[in-house]
Design a protein around this ligand. Structure first.
Ligand SMILES: [Zn+2]
Length: 79
C-alpha cells in the first residue's frame, strides 16, 4: 500500500516537472516579461512596458498610458 502511494506521488511529481519544463520551453521569457509589466495610469490594465507611453510629471511622478487610452483621448479632442 505504501509503495503504491509512493509510486503515484512520484508519477504525479514527474508529470508536474514535465509540464513545468514544457511551459518553460514554449515561453522561456515569460518571467522576464512579467517583470516588465506596468499598469496604465488611466484604465489600470496591465501591459508590457514596451506597449505603454511613459510621461513624467514633476520630478518623480511617472504615468504610463496605453494605446487605447491615448486613442480615446485623441478622439475626445476631435469633438
Ligand atoms: Zn489605458
Amino acid at each position: 500500500m505504501t509503495i503504491t502511494i509512493l509510486t503515484i506521488t512520484l508519477i504525479l511529481f514527474f508529470i508536474a516537472i514535465i509540464f513545468y519544463g514544457y511551459s518553460f520551453m514554449v515561453n522561456p521569457q515569460k518571467n522576464e516579461h512579467n517583470l516588465e509589466m506596468e499598469k496604465c495610469s488611466l484604465c489600470k490594465v496591465r501591459f508590457i512596458k514596451d506597449e505603454l507611453i511613459l510621461r513624467q510629471v514633476g520630478d518623480s511622478k511617472l504615468f504610463y498610458f496605453c494605446r487605447n487610452c491615448i486613442k480615446s483621448l485623441a478622439d475626445e479632442l476631435k469633438i
